[in-house]
Design a protein around this ligand. Structure first.
Ligand SMILES: NC(=O)c1ccc[n+]([C@@H]2O[C@H](COP(=O)([O-])OP(=O)(O)OC[C@H]3O[C@@H](n4cnc5c(N)ncnc54)[C@H](OP(=O)(O)O)[C@@H]3O)[C@@H](O)[C@H]2O)c1
Length: 264
């Protein structure tokens, strides 16, 4: 299927590794141009920049003015068609809700919700200039599987999902579409890296990395497919939603979790 993304211009937040990098690569492979933002410009982003289709921008998206600055760089490619709100972070709360401070809550809200709010607010006028546009936001199964081990992250992802639905109603009549993708556990540094979920829980429980990963997944009921989702699989779903092939899909959320979620 031709996604008709050639020469479309996208902004991707959190693009240096994990899902954001996979989305950036997939967009480039489809002929799109990408403004890719993250704090570090990894070798992978440098290689993508060499194609001329990626403008890698070093930016801390937890700073209030940074998302608008990132979006403004889309002028390099002459406009904006697609936003992928991907940036987000999770800190396992291994000592319970009472130990999660205001600062912890505000840090999670600031990066995982407010970066999407600020990026989208800066992008909407540019998308309206084109007459069409689409915003795909990476949410999480935790939006509707609240988990005390990630209590602030779960509540924040529920807000992200809610935000996307509101925006779909306000801007649908003006040609903009807003959807969310909700992954279960994905093979990225967030889950499997040196300071990721599995390593943090392993240190807290005094068990091995593999044992921590097994316990977290199995106590939640396990995957029907028996495996984590790959970042490239999330990227493929994002690209379909970003494409006008999904031109009448808006205000929707798409689960990609290998059957991790058991209820309807
Ligand atoms: N992995 C999962 O299992 C999973 C499941 C459900 C939802 N998600 C969601 O998917 C999204 C991506 O997750 P991921 O697993 O790909 O995470 P990841 O592997 O940790 O990658 C996060 C990306 O965001 C960037 N980033 C982090 N803090 C930033 C900041 N302050 N400013 C700018 N960039 C920043 C990182 O680059 P730098 O460090 O260079 O800044 C990196 O490019 C998140 O919203 C996450 O909540 C992930």
């Amino acid at each position: 299927m031709d996604l008709r993304l050639t020469d479309k211009v996208a902004v991707v937040t959190g693009a240096s590794k994990g899902i954001g990098l996979a989305v950036t690569r997939a967009l480039v492979a489809e002929g799109a141009k990408v403004v890719a933002g993250a704090r570090s410009i990894t070798d992978e982003l440098v290689a993508l920049s060499d194609t001329g289709q990626v403008l890698a921008v070093a930016v801390d998206l937890s700073e209030a003015g940074a998302p608008a600055e990132l979006v403004s760089r889309s002028s390099h490619f002459g406009g904006l068609d697609i936003v992928v709100n991907n940036v987000g972070a999770v800190t396992p709360r291994t000592t319970g809700f009472l130990e999660v401070s205001d600062d912890d809550w505000l840090a999670t809200l600031n990066l995982t919700l407010m970066a999407a709010v600020r990026t989208t607010r800066a992008a909407i006028p540019l998308l309206l200039e084109r007459g069409r546009g689409t915003v795909v936001t990476i949410c999480s199964v935790n939006a509707y599987l609240p988990d005390p081990g990630v209590v602030d992250y779960s509540a924040t992802k529920a807000a992200v999902w809610n935000l996307s639905k509101s925006l779909s109603k306000e801007y649908g009549p003006r040609g903009l579409r807003f959807n969310t993708v909700s992954p279960g556990p994905v093979s990225t540094p967030l889950w499997l890296g040196e300071t990721g979920v599995a390593a943090t829980v392993a240190a807290s429980l005094g068990v091995s990395f593999d044992e921590a990963r097994r316990r977290i997944i199995e106590e939640a009921g396990g995957f029907s497919t028996g495996r984590f989702t790959e970042p490239e699989e999330v990227a493929d779903l994002v690209l379909v939603l970003a494409s006008e092939r999904a031109g009448n899909v808006t205000g929707a959320d798409f689960l990609i979790d290998g059957g991790f979620t058991k209820q309807l």
